[in-house]
Design a protein around this ligand. Structure first.
Ligand code: MF3
Ligand code: CO
Ligand code: CO
Length: 271
C-alpha cells in the first residue's frame, strides 16, 4: 500500500516520487563532485561555501540550509575534530582563521531543493598530504555508510542498519557518534524517523518500499561524545580527536534501495 504514513510516522512515497529525489540527489552530488578540485591547502572554508552558493544558483535550484533555523550558509564544513555543522567562514576551532591547512580532513555537507524535493549528501575531502590514520578514518566511515546501505531492504529494520554500521566501526576500534542521526526526507528536510547509526538487529521500525531517508554516520577516532560550541552549531569531539562523516539520501525499493546521491562523475573513491 502506498501514499500513506506508517504507524511509526514514516511517509511512504509513490513510485513517481523517486524521479524527484533522483534529480535532487544528482544536483547535490554534482556540487560535491565539482568542489573537490577547490579543496587544497590555503583555501578558506568561506570560499568553499561561496562556490557552493554559486553552483546552487547556476543549477537554478535552492539551498535548503540558507535560512534553516537561522543558519546562513549553503553548506556545513566540518574540519578535523568538528563532528558536524561546522560553519563556513567561521574560525576553525583552536585556530585563528577559516584557512584550510595541509593534512586537514573535512566534511562538506550540501542540501538542495529541486522542484520541492530535498537532496542531502556529504563527503570527506583531504587537503594536501593526508596522514594515514586520517585516511583510515575516512575509509572506515565510508565503508560503514555503505554497509548500512547494504542492510536496507523491505522487511529489515532501522536497527539492522544501525547494527551494520556500529559493528563495522567498532571492529575497527573507532566509535559511532550517538548525538546526531540520519532522518527521513522527501518534500521536507527532516522527517521521521531518526536513523540511528548504532543499534540491535531486528529493533526499530520495519523498512518498507517507498521510504526516503538519509544515512549519515559520524565516526570518531576516539570517544563518541560530542559538544556544541558557543555558536550553537559547531559540534566537536569532546576528546578533541578527529571525526569523519559521509551521507547519502536513499529510497527503499522492492528489493533493496536506490542511492539518490551517488557521485554522477564516479568521483568518489574506494567504493
Ligand atoms: N545537511 C545536514 C543534515 O545532514 C543538516 C544541516 S542543517 C544546517 O541533516 F542548518 F546546519 F545547515
Ligand atoms: Co542529513
Ligand atoms: Co546533510
Amino acid at each position: 500500500m502506498r501514499g500513506r504514513i506508517t504507524k511509526d510516522g514514516i511517509r511512504i512515497y509513490e513510485d513517481a516520487d523517486f524521479a524527484g529525489m533522483r534529480e535532487a540527489g544528482r544536483v547535490a552530488a554534482m556540487i560535491l563532485d565539482d568542489i573537490g578540485a577547490l579543496v587544497v591547502p590555503g583555501v578558506r572554508t568561506g570560499e568553499l561555501d561561496d562556490f557552493i552558493r554559486s553552483e546552487v544558483e547556476r543549477h537554478g535550484v535552492t539551498s535548503a540550509t540558507i535560512g534553516y533555523k537561522g543558519y546562513q550558509h549553503a553548506s556545513c564544513i566540518s574540519v578535523n575534530q568538528v563532528v558536524c555543522h561546522g560553519i563556513p567562514g567561521a574560525k576553525i576551532p583552536k585556530r585563528g582563521s577559516d584557512v584550510i591547512l595541509d593534512a586537514d580532513i573535512l566534511n562538506i555537507d550540501v542540501t538542495v531543493i529541486v522542484e520541492g524535493w530535498f537532496g542531502d549528501t556529504s563527503r570527506m575531502y583531504a587537503a594536501g598530504n593526508v596522514k594515514p590514520f586520517r585516511q583510515r578514518l575516512i575509509d572506515v566511515t565510508h565503508e560503514a555508510l555503505m554497509r548500512g546501505i547494504a542492510a536496507v531492504k523491505p522487511g529489515n529494520t532501522f536497527g539492522d542498519i544501525g547494527h551494520a554500521i556500529q559493528t563495522f566501526v567498532e571492529a575497527n576500534r573507532m566509535s559511532v557518534v550517538r548525538d546526531f542521526c540520519g532522518h527521513g526526507l522527501g518534500r521536507v528536510f527532516h522527517a521521521p524517523p531518526n536513523v540511528l547509526h548504532y543499534g540491535r538487529p531486528g529493533t526499530g521500525a520495519v523498512l518498507e518500499e517507498g521510504m526516503f531517508f538519509t544515512i549519515e554516520p559520524m565516526v570518531n577516532l576516539g570517544r563518541p561524545e560530542t559538544k556544541v560550541l558557543a555558536d550553537d552549531w559547531t559540534a566537536v569531539t569532546r576528546d578533541d580527536r578527529d571525526s569523519a562523516q559521509f551521507e547519502h539520501s536513499i529510497g527503499v525499493t522492492a528489493t533493496g534501495c536506490e542511492i539518490f546521491t551517488l557521485s554522477p562523475g564516479g568521483k568518489f573513491f574506494r567504493p
